[in-house]
Write a protein that binds this ligand. Structure first.
Ligand SMILES: Nc1ncnc2c1ncn2[C@@H]1O[C@H](COP(=O)(O)OP(=O)(O)OP(=O)(O)O)[C@@H](O)[C@H]1O
Ligand SMILES: [Mg+2]
Length: 548
């Protein structure tokens, strides 16, 4: 059945904030999606057990649950990626059994995957139309049309991405936008969005919300997975909570609260976040007048004249909009950027210049990146190997780390970071997204660093696990001599919760520094848009502000 044939109650008012809609949804006659008794097993795990989900036409239905709860698996069944072991799927009133994603696409279902499936060597436009290439009347690839349509699809999401550029050269947030454009190009009546904003900045997320509003005005039904409760409560009509592969319940958004939903997700009390008030020790890291050139770019530099200090036991937050230079700053310190920087980096009083991350690691620096797929994971290895890989390399110099010793080290760290895995030898690719991220953190903690660089470390991590990680990071800073942490985050509340001090970058320059007690979202946002004194200022290209 095509979208035109969907029940007429489908059209939603475009205003995503209207609370009256939840009632409308109940009044709609029959579900557009009905999943009943869905069970899905993977080796060693029951990912879903007897799950029921009903989605009404035109509603935005959020799926919430901890890492590994089964959200992505359920959506992959709906979109034809996986076949259920048991249970039935009814779309538009018709029982369906999808043999693949193309089947689901023909039934009007598209999915934006959590783990990006970009073909790095192809240009952006070819990625968007992969497998559905446009052709001229002569049967040749119609590159011009694809480029033009791609531009139009990307326009409302972000005007900056060039359809001709190699997809692999884009930063992860931009790749996510390409992935979204690809799903939009299918013009589906049912759109699944699996953590679409996890790599987006706040202004990009705001743009995406406007795109969602216009899709809803057209009557598109949206299934939405997110760990961001504010997003869920702004957008959803109804919320289904999964826990350990089972449906806990489905509720109207207006009849519940984030706290209640979180409670159903975790089924236990969430640990209180760190309270601050860490005592800070001696100076650990010092960066003076760091300048990183950017040849061929109009600005000429990625970072200009950036100075900072980090003490033992301190958490230094780095705020900034996309393109502000947060990742570049961390990568340069870690020896993972270019080697053409000027200025000085001093570690424990000694001037250093790392040409490779390995040198940084040997000197006691660890870095957890935002892009786990490209920079972090070894997809062919199991959990143990992925967690112990740095430690093994280090042990290799001084002697062999025995298998048993390796396993007990890994087991300890896996427990400390709360990784959920069927076994230590499970394939890393079988873990849920959030649990993969925790493995990378576990790996670096195993190297017992002095300085820990965290680049958006909780991307895709659920609220319960986030709170546990905050406590873990806080503890690492308090214990013994205390490590020093530099943290970036796309979520301001996270920076405000964890940091003792926050510095702000805008277009590669330092534009503000706040102590914990002075920092507010508004102050940080002003500094990040270069408006520290409240005067009007030209906005960075393509990014209106932190919030709409
Ligand atoms: N391809 C696979 N092979 C083996 N196990 C898998 C596979 N896909 C998922 N699983 C397992 O199924 C369970 C549910 O995973 P799923 O990815 O659906 O979780 P999720 O709720 O999306 O979590 P997250 O919030 O971390 O993305 C997990 O235990 C995971 O390890
Ligand atoms: Mg998932």
């Amino acid at each position: 059945m095509s979208r035109e044939e969907a029940p007429s109650g489908a059209a939603r008012p475009p205003d995503p904030k209207s609370p009256a809609r939840a009632g409308d949804v109940q009044a709609s006659p029959s579900p557009i999606v009905r999943m009943r008794g869905i069970t899905k097993r993977f080796p060693g795990v029951v990912a879903l057990c007897d799950v029921t989900l009903e989605v009404m036409p035109g509603e935005l239905h959020a799926i919430c649950g901890e890492n590994g709860a089964g959200k992505s698996t359920l959506m992959k069944i709906l979109s034809g990626v996986h076949r259920p072991d048991e249970g039935e799927l009814v779309i538009h009133g018709e029982p369906r059994r999808f043999e693949g994603t193309r089947d689901a696409e023909r039934a009007g279902i598209a999915i934006i995957h959590q783990e990006l499936a970009i073909v790095e060597d192809l240009p952006v436009s070819a990625n968007v139309f992969l497998g559905r290439e446009k052709r001229t009347s002569l049967g040749l690839l119609d590159e011009r049309r694809m480029r033009e349509e791609c531009r139009q699809l990307l326009e409302p999401l972000d005007g900056r991405i060039d359809p001709d550029c190699r997809a692999g050269s884009l930063r992860i947030g931009d790749q996510q936008l390409v992935e979204i454009a690809k799903a939009l190009s299918l013009d589906a009546s049912i759109l699944v969005m699996d953590e679409p904003t996890s790599a987006l900045t706040e202004s990009e997320s705001a743009r995406l919300e406007r795109v969602i509003a216009s899709l809803r005005a057209k009557g598109t039904t949206i299934l939405y997975i997110s760990h961001k409760m504010d997003e869920v409560f702004r957008l959803a009509d109804r919320i289904t909570v999964l826990r350990d592969g089972r449906t806990v319940r489905t509720v109207n958004r207006v009849e519940t609260t984030p706290r209640e939903v979180t409670g159903w997700m975790v089924g236990r009390e969430i640990a209180a976040g760190p309270r601050g008030g860490r005592s800070v020790g001696g100076r650990l890291l010092e960066v003076r007048n760091l300048t990183v050139p950017w040849p061929g770019h109009a600005r000429g530099y990625r970072l200009a004249d950036v100075s900072l200090e980090l003490a033992k036991g301190e958490i230094l937050g780095v705020a900034g909009l996309m393109g502000a230079g947060r990742t570049e700053l961390l990568e340069t310190i870690f020896g993972a950027g270019g080697n053409d920087w000027t200025g000085e980096i001093r570690l424990a009083g000694r001037s250093v210049r790392f040409r490779h991350p390995k040198e940084a690691r040997d000197a006691g620096i660890a870095m957890v990146t935002e892009d786990r797929k490209r920079l972090g994971l070894f997809p062919d290895f199991d959990v143990t190997a992925n967690v112990s890989i740095c430690e093994l390399a280090a042990a290799g110099r001084g002697g062999l780390l025995g298998r048993r010793a390796e396993e007990s080290l890994v087991a300890g760290q896996v427990r400390a970071t709360g990784v959920r895995t069927p076994s230590l030898h499970a394939a890393i690719t079988g873990l849920s997204g959030g649990n993969q991220q925790k493995c990378i953190l576990a790996r670096w903690l195993l190297t017992a660093p002095q300085v820990l660089l965290l680049d958006d470390p909780t991307r895709g991590i659920d609220v319960g696990a986030k709170a546990e990680l905050y406590s873990l990071i806080d503890r690492l800073c308090r214990e013994g001599d205390g490590i020093g942490v530099i943290l970036t985050s796309s979520e301001l509340p996270e920076l405000l919760t964890l940091s003792d001090r926050i510095i702000v970058l805008a277009e590669g320059r330092l534009t503000g520094e706040f102590r914990r007690e002075e920092a507010t979202e508004e102050r940080l946002m002003r500094a990040a848009t270069g408006d520290a004194h409240g005067s009007p200022r030209r906005e960075p290209r393509g990014h209106s502000a932190w919030r709409p």
